[in-house]
Design a protein. Structure first.
Length: 98
């Protein structure tokens, strides 16, 4: 079994309030969950209105599937003009089954 994680630190210069930020974050989360069936959460900077860290993970029996899903998720982030990516971190963990 393989577990893939992807984390993005984002800067959203167009936001003027936490309400604006939450709208953008909710849109991202809903789109990723619906399209790729990944678990998504805002994991840092919840109280900042122009920064956030979005983390997601997926599980699969094939590493190639994890790579494909994470690359498609990355495209969604790269194509979005509501924010700038400050940092990206990807991990794939192989879990040995007993």
């Amino acid at each position: 079994m393989f577990i893939g994680t992807l984390e993005f630190e984002l800067y959203m210069p167009g936001n003027g309030s936490l309400k604006d930020k939450r709208r953008v974050v909710r849109s991202i989360k809903d789109r990723l969950k619906a399209r790729f069936n990944v678990a998504v959460a805002e994991i840092d900077y919840q109280d900042k209105w122009q920064r956030t860290v979005i983390g997601m993970c997926t599980v699969n029996s094939r590493q190639s599937e994890i790579e494909l899903i994470l690359s498609k998720v990355r495209e969604i982030f790269n194509d979005n003009c509501d924010f700038m990516i400050l940092r990206e971190k990807k991990s794939i963990l192989a879990v040995k089954e007993d």
